[in-house]
Design a protein around this ligand. Sequence first.
Ligand SMILES: NC(=O)c1ccc[n+]([C@@H]2O[C@H](COP(=O)([O-])OP(=O)(O)OC[C@H]3O[C@@H](n4cnc5c(N)ncnc54)[C@H](OP(=O)(O)O)[C@@H]3O)[C@@H](O)[C@H]2O)c1
Length: 265
Amino acid sequence: MPRYRHAVTVRTVRQVFPTDSGAVDIDPVDLVHDEVRQTDGTRPWVLMNMISSADGATTLDGASGGLGGEADRRLLGTLRGLADVILVGASTVRAENYRAPRTPDDRVGVLRATSGRPPRPRLAVVSASLALDPTALMFRPVGPADPPPLIYTATGAPGSARDSLSGVAEVVDAGTGSQVDVGLVVADLAGRGAGVVLAEGGPSLNHQLVAAGLVDELNLTISPLLVGGTAKRILSGPTLAAPAGLRLDRVLSDDGYLFCRYLLG
Ligand SMILES: NC(=O)c1ccc[n+]([C@@H]2O[C@H](COP(=O)([O-])OP(=O)(O)OC[C@H]3O[C@@H](n4cnc5c(N)ncnc54)[C@H](OP(=O)(O)O)[C@@H]3O)[C@@H](O)[C@H]2O)c1
């Protein structure tokens, strides 16, 4: 039974796994917000969210948007609503023209407010080059009290780029030379009080997070499309030292899309 009742449209999706309680039409907001996301307390829960075509492509014409549908966008909004921080690689920010996170729709926003969290998650970007346009949409705060995006970089980042971003972002060194250490990034986010980090890609950053054993959950949307081509899979990088096992936790379906939640570790 939903805990909050507001004058907003509730769009249900079908739960197809597990089926022990019978396949039911549910509002993902209730489901996602009731799921437990707790680590041992030393670092935040890291939730990776990606969409791929049925043949594994993560982009169509260079971006992920063409793979998605309405239910996927709603689920992404719901997942964003439970995040303290959205972590993303700079190539994704550039390819997808990232904006500052918006206020989640009404019910998700209410859930945030009642749990004492800020209205919107904070954006955190990983970049060695700092090749980010300081006038880009991601640097335009939605609310006057919003903290600026975090930019995690390494000591070798160009000074001129640091200077140009210093007024619109908090630039943090988390590695030496040109290599950001994702372990330091997650540790820094823990120190800032982040409880849930939503890792939105791209595949290169995903690979590093998984290789470092820092991912607790994968939310994978499988789009009902075959696209061919050479687009990256959800992890891009060398074969992992050992495959990361996944436990299927639940599957939702809407309009041919599958929304799979896996747990790692
Ligand atoms: N299907 C989906 O759900 C989905 C989700 C996200 C993205 N995408 C797509 O994926 C593509 C981008 O993914 P990608 O794998 O190419 O790139 P990415 O992971 O988004 O970003 C890679 C960039 O992030 C920075 N970076 C990452 N790790 C770093 C490290 N350890 N040290 C320093 N810098 C680091 C570097 O930025 P600098 O170049 O600035 O140094 C690097 O070039 C886009 O086409 C996007 O549309 C799809």
